[in-house]
Structure formats: C-alpha cells, structure tokens
Design a protein around this ligand. Structure first.
Ligand code: HEC
Length: 267
C-alpha cells in the first residue's frame, strides 16, 4: 500500500465519519423540533407520574426496542430519559446524564494515540519519510530515471535539445524536415525559405545565430514578440532537430526573390 492508497483510505474514513456525525446532528435537530412543537416540561410530581404512565403504556404498546442506529450512536430513547435525570435541579431545570458514546471516545482517544505514534515515527525515530525527505528522494529518483532513459539511444534522440542537437546530412532527416517545413513554415518564410514576413533562411545572415544550436533554439522557443512562434509545444524535439538540419541544408541555395539579408553574417 503506497501513500496515495493510504490517503484515499483516510479520506473515505473521514467521509464516513462526517456522514455519521451529520446523521447524529439530524437526529438532534429532529428532537429539538419535536420538543419545541410540543414541549414536555416537568412540572408537578403528579403530572410527572401521569406522563410516565402514559410513556410506559406507549412503550408497552410498541414494545419499543432501541433501533440499531440508536444503539450505535449510544443514544437513549426518550422513554428512558427519566432514568438519566441527574440529582441536581435548578428552577425546575434538570440535567440528563448522557455520556459521550463509546464509538466517539474510541475515535477521539484513537486519534491521540495515532498522533503520538505518527510523531515518533516521523520525527523521533525517523522510520518514515517526511514530506521534505520524500520530495528530495523523488528528485534523486527522477535524476536516475533520466540518466537511465537517456542511456537508450532511441530516447536520447527523441529528447534532443539545443545543446545536444547535431548537424547531419542524413537523407531521411532532411526529407522529414522538408515535409515539416512545407506544412508549417512556408506562410512566413516562403516555399524556398526565401523569406516573406519572416527572414530569408537560406543566406548567411542570422538575427539569432546560425549554428545548429542557435537555429534549434530559435525554432524551439521562437521570438514571440517579433512574430516567430515557439514550436516546442506543437512539434517534437526530434522534429525540431529535423527542421534545423533541413534549414541548414538550404544554406547558399539562393532562391528566386530572396529577401534582403537581415542580422549578422555567420559562416
Ligand atoms: C507566423 C509567421 C511565422 C511562422 C509560421 C514561422 N516563422 Fe520563423 N520567423 C518569423 C519571423 C517574423 C521571424 C523573425 C524574428 C525576429 O525578427 O527576431 C522568424 C525567424 C525565424 C528564424 C530565425 C532567423 C534568423 O535570422 O535568426 C528561424 C530559424 C525560423 N524563423 C524558423 C522557422 C521555422 C522552422 C518555422 C516552421 C516550423 C517557422 N520559422 C515558422 C515568422 C514565422
């Protein structure tokens, strides 16, 4: 059972607890409502006796057994209240001896014991991991996972970034880059990358650098304030690498209608 399961279990238990408490409250409200509609204050001894008689008769008629709910909640039926009256009395007001139900006390004491055990376990004995330790160990695990992941060449290729991207003339890479370019980049850079809104990408002049790393970075993060979109969300790192290599393969292609050079010359 991991910590998430425990959390779910605890949440369920809490939900059940809340349900029980609300049912209890509902019951209490119902009693209040009944009493205010038809009050039964204790007055003279005679009246008390009469009422008691009436109660007893009703009880005898109904053969009143406390319901499962009443027993579970540790409640006493109204008919038994006379047994609960405590000895003191003030201005005709008496008190009922209605102890807290056992289930509630068990929960109450149980939660205190749990707290002590918890504290000892996490803070004194250090068996369990605190949130902070859990966080640190998860980070460590993530680092290990990352190393393991990248040690697989297929993954390493897919996870290529601006520092690990390499220049290649591989035909498959260039073909993939060309297709991507035709689909996404032509409206702004032109079919032959000669430049329209965006700059000419076939010359040696670059606004944001012309190395394989620079170009990868420009495509990945874009230059949003200048109208060049960031592509990292819509295409994969591998695709950005393919595009980069495709663009760099167009260097010196001198397409017709090429836009005037922009930026710094870079060989
Ligand atoms: C909405 C228009 C638009 C689209 C679509 C677009 N770009 Fe651009 N791109 C621009 C603009 C504008 C710039 C110039 C940014 C600047 O002035 O800094 C630019 C700049 C660039 C640069 C940097 C050029 C330099 O001189 O440093 C590269 C590389 C580039 N785009 C590649 C691409 C690729 C690859 C695609 C397709 C995946 C693409 N762009 C799609 C508008 C666009």
């Amino acid at each position: 059972m991991n910590s998430t399961d425990l959390l779910v279990l605890a949440t369920c238990l809490t939900a059940v607890l809340i349900l029980c408490v609300s049912m209890l409250l509902l019951k209490v409200v119902a009693v209040f409502a009944k009493e205010s509609a038809d009050p039964t204050p204790f007055s003279t001894e005679e009246e008390k006796r009469q009422r008691q008689k009436a109660f007893d008769e009703v009880a005898a008629l109904k053969r009143m057994e406390p319901s499962i709910f009443t027993r579970l909640m540790g409640l006493k039926p109204m008919s038994e209240e006379r047994n609960l009256i405590m000895e003191h009395e003030f201005d005709g007001i008496t008190e009922l001896n209605n102890p807290t139900p056992r289930w509630f006390m068990a929960l109450f004491i149980g939660s205190m014991i749990f707290a002590v055990v918890y504290l000892f376990n996490y803070e004194v004995l250090g068996f369990g991991q605190t949130q902070e330790q859990e966080y640190v160990s998860e980070l460590e695990q993530a680092d290990l996972d990352k190393i393991a992941f990248l040690s697989n060449p297929v993954n390493a290729k897919a996870a290529v970034n601006e520092s690990s991207v390499v220049l290649t003339k591989d035909a498959i890479v260039l073909k993939s880059g060309a297709a991507l370019y035709a689909n996404r980049c032509t409206p702004c850079h032109g079919e032959k990358a000669q430049g329209i809104v965006g700059p000419n990408l076939t010359d040696e002049f670059w606004l944001h650098g012309g190395t394989v790393h620079d170009v990868f970075k420009t495509i990945k993060y874009g230059v949003p304030e200048k109208g060049m979109i960031s592509w990292e969300k819509s295409i994969s790192a591998q695709q950005i690498s393919d595009l980069t290599n495709y663009l760099l393969s167009l260097q010196g292609s001198h397409p017709a209608g090429a836009k005037a050079p922009q930026g710094e010359q870079q060989k």
